[in-house]
Design a protein around this ligand. Structure first.
Ligand code: PBG
Length: 331
């Protein structure tokens, strides 16, 4: 930036802050409804909806109730949802095989939603944690480690099934090396040339995902293990740029940083370095933290809007946030 400062009182920064109209006109970034993506949880065999205790205001929906919820989301002007399955416990196994059943819950849900809302952009995760009885995102080798290349074979199938069901944006969140290339190639081969990939590129091994594990009911399977051998170390930012550059080279259309609020530096660095469409995920723990403080009366509910503006300022194009509906209703 050039040195713009003249001496006081020639320069009074409070002049342009003195009127609401001027403040609005000079806002450097703004939040639009189009920037918001609402994650939704769909639970097998559930009738209606049930609340998620660790995520105030967020529910799991049965197939009989999900379209009504999606209608509310669409009517608010939101363009996109991210869908997450909560499958029956008996269907979880060590290989996550239910993920590659073409008639699984999430495929049925996506088809059902697409039928009624063809314009809605559906984002679906590629990762095995909702399907495995150990809660990891991939399959294990004999020693119990997550096996990168064996996992790719399953993840690629999972991505194809999601694409066939009508997913607009495939979002690999598993953090296996090479996944974007393998998935892009198989989508092209199968003719899904306009199915986009949003890579969870800079996904940290974060404790902020805690409530999500409750939401998809993988917490009790996962116990107190970690995903440190595939998700990124919280200490690193150069490595995040390396991850993003690999995913772009392998064919990612959109890249993502996750979590959001504690990683604004990463978000800004990624947007500045690559100028790619960049999403940020305000994850479950961030949401629940703010909600809990709001419920206690310790914080005003405007903190959520403030957190979303911060993402825009740091360079996010779109934000996955559990508060999308709430915020959209006020924009
Ligand atoms: C699955 C996945 C996770 C989240 C999104 N996809 C959990 C994890 O990796 O442990 C977290 C989202 C949130 O906390 O809101 N791989």
């Amino acid at each position: 930036m050039k040195n713009l400062s003249r001496k006081f009182p020639m320069t009074r920064l409070r002049r342009t802050r003195s009127k609401a109209g001027l403040r609005a006109m000079l806002a450097e970034v703004n939040l639009r409804k189009e920037d918001l993506i609402q994650p939704v949880f769909i639970k097998e065999d559930l009738k209606g909806l049930e609340p998620i205790d660790s995520m105030p205001g967020i529910n799991r929906f049965g197939l009989d109730a999900i379209n009504k919820e999606v209608k509310e989301i669409v009517d608010l002007g939101i363009k996109s949802i991210a869908v997450f399955p909560v499958i029956n416990e008996e269907k979880k196994d060590s290989a996550g095989l239910e993920a590659v059943n073409k008639d699984n819950l999430i495929s049925i849900a996506i088809q059902q939603i697409k039928k009624e809302f063809p314009e809605l952009i559906i984002i679906a995760d590629v990762a095995l944690d909702p399907y495995t009885n150990h809660g990891h995102d991939g399959v294990l080798d004999e020693s119990g480690e997550v096996d990168n290349d064996a996992s790719l074979l399953v993840l690629k199938e999972q991505a194809l099934i999601l694409a066939k069901a009508g997913t607009d944006v495939i979002a690999p969140s598993d953090m296996m090396d090479g996944r974007i290339g393998v998935i892009r190639e198989s989508l092209e081969e199968a003719g899904f040339k306009n199915t986009a990939i949003c890579a969870y590129s800079a996904k940290y091994s974060s404790k902020f995902y805690g409530p999500f594990k409750d939401a998809v009911e993988s917490a009790k399977f996962f116990g107190n293990k970690t995903k440190d051998s595939y998700q990124m170390a919280i200490n690193n930012i150069d490595e995040a740029l390396h991850e993003v550059s690999m995913d772009i080279n392998e064919g990612a259309d959109i890249v993502m940083v996750k979590p959001g609020m504690p990683y604004l530096d990463v978000l800004k660095a990624v947007k500045d370095a690559f100028g790619m469409p960049t999403f940020v995920y305000q994850v479950s723990g961030e949401y629940s933290m703010m909600k809990a403080a709001i419920e206690k009366g310790w914080l005003s509910e405007e903190v959520i809007f403030e957190s979303l503006i911060a993402f825009k300022r740091a360079g996010a194009d779109c934000i996955l946030t559990y508060a999308a509906k709430d915020i959209a209703s006020r924009l």
